[in-house]
Design a binder for this molecule. Structure first.
Ligand SMILES: [Zn+2]
Length: 451
């Protein structure tokens, strides 16, 4: 077998009849009408090849390249950003990543809305209750969406924008006062949102407060978890308070809505607005069910994005087809966290944040945690406990972590009062002091080409 020939996992998925054509249009627009892809063109095996093979022959698009070419480099057909801004058709939006990680994106609201509406079709509850004019409360870092105010407080009116109510102007839930959380409960009861969209760790923090104070809170018709990957612990804490169905929505500022959790608990690809290339890890690192994803978007006149490395690790669903009946595109068991959340076992096997989270998920009294791998066989476990003695929680967690990392793992534990998110407001559940190069984990047959 020629090792330079790359394989495409998409060959094994089911799509509607127009889907390959849409992929082809997105690819041709990038290669032949968008400046940033000029250097990719020689790698294209050509239009006579199946589109999934053409995509597989190309590199991955990284955030560094998005920064290097700038937003104009990804606008197809010579459209001009300055004109679009002048006519108020588009805006420029910087992603909320750490400073060195920021990307400026062209924001074209009609495409974003279409991508969101397509994602709603993949969950029966969302399809039933989202009208596009429904009331929505949002609980996330105000630096991601809303109105930040870290000193003093804003009125409800100042945090309302049309049909949206932003529940918090503060970005660090570990410093929320009891009064602030009481206010959130009062506002949820008064506003009665149809959908509550929340950062799961933020809503979990509020849920624990509601349980402690035995408060009553309005349950929306649907809770959508987004902005960060929900932990089993967060979902459990939210479930104790809200009886609404919960759906996890997965996407990125750069790429729109990519996966949506269905009513049966699996994540389905938003095939109306994007294609996803799955790059399995090598067998010793959890492949072929675990791997990374590259996203190609369809139909955004202001943005050509092909094989964008969104930076996350996913686990495919072995149980196909999903019991909800949806058949198209990739179906995931879970999003397993970001590549920066990967750790290694002492023998060098990749361990995803999802694997750690499932192992710790049933420990009673554990409410927050973070694992830091400091050495090839040393792991530091910080945790917050509520309603349980810290000693037994730490012991149970050490046992659970040894089951994941193996008997050679040396695990130290420290109890903390609470845990603060990383800026701009996302919790990190696991990481390695020296991050892993995620390229070395891939099955070489699927690895992106180098330029
Ligand atoms: Zn399903």
């Amino acid at each position: 077998m020629d090792p330079s020939i790359k394989h495409s996992f998409a060959m094994t998925s089911r799509y509607n009849t127009h889907y390959p054509e849409r992929c082809g249009e997105a690819l041709d627009e990038a290669l032949y009408s968008t400046e940033a892809y000029d250097t990719w063109r020689p790698l294209d095996p050509g239009r006579a090849s199946p589109v999934f093979s053409r995509l597989a022959a190309l590199p991955a698009l990284t955030k560094q390249e998005l920064r290097a070419s700038g937003p104009q480099g990804f606008v197809p057909h010579g459209r001009d950003i300055a004109e679009g801004l002048g006519e108020r058709e588009i805006e420029l939006v910087a992603t909320s990543g750490a400073t060195g990680d920021q990307v400026t994106n062209v924001w074209y609201q009609p495409w974003w809305n279409a991508s969101e509406a397509a994602s709603w079709q993949l969950n029966a509850y969302a399809r039933a209750v989202t009208t596009g004019v429904h009331r929505e409360a949002i609980l996330t870092s105000p630096w991601c969406a809303g109105f930040p105010c870290e000193e003093g407080y804003l009125t409800m009116e100042q945090r309302t924008l049309g049909r949206f109510l932003f529940l918090s102007e503060r970005s660090d839930p570990s410093s929320w006062s009891g009064d602030l959380m009481d206010r959130m409960v009062k506002e949820l009861n008064a506003f009665e949102p149809v959908v509550l969209e929340a950062n799961p760790s933020f809503l979990a923090r509020l849920s624990r407060h509601i349980v402690r104070r035995r408060q009553h809170v309005h349950s929306p018709a649907l809770i959508v978890l987004t902005y960060e990957n929900p932990s089993v612990l967060h979902r459990r804490q939210i479930h104790r308070v809200f009886d609404a169905p919960i759906a996890s929505s997965y996407g990125a500022t750069e790429a729109g809505y990519v996966f949506m959790e269905c009513e049966a608990g699996r994540l389905h690809q938003v095939t109306a607005t994007c294609h996803v290339d799955f790059l399995p890890f090598a067998a010793e690192h959890g492949g072929p069910d675990v791997g990374r994803i590259l996203v190609t978007i369809f139909g955004n006149p202001w943005r050509s994005l092909v094989r964008f490395d969104i930076g996350d690790v996913v686990r495919l669903d072995g149980l196909t087809p999903c019991s909800c009946g949806r058949r198209e595109g990739l179906t995931l068991m879970s999003v397993e966290g970001r590549t920066v959340n990967l750790t290694l076992s002492p023998e060098g096997r990749a361990v995803t944040q999802g694997s750690i989270d499932r192992a710790l998920g049933s420990i009673a009294g554990l409410v927050e945690y973070q694992i830091l791998q400091t050495d090839p066989s040393a792991y530091h476990f910080r945790f917050a406990a509520e309603g349980a003695a810290p000693g037994p929680v730490a012991n149970e967690a050490r046992d659970a972590l040894r089951a994941v990392y193996g008997p050679e793992a040396v695990i130290t534990a420290d109890r903390v009062e609470s845990m603060a998110p990383d800026p701009p407001g996302k919790y990190c559940l696991s990481k390695r002091l020296v991050p892993i190069d995620p390229d070395v984990l891939l099955d070489g047959q699927f690895a992106p080409s180098e330029l």
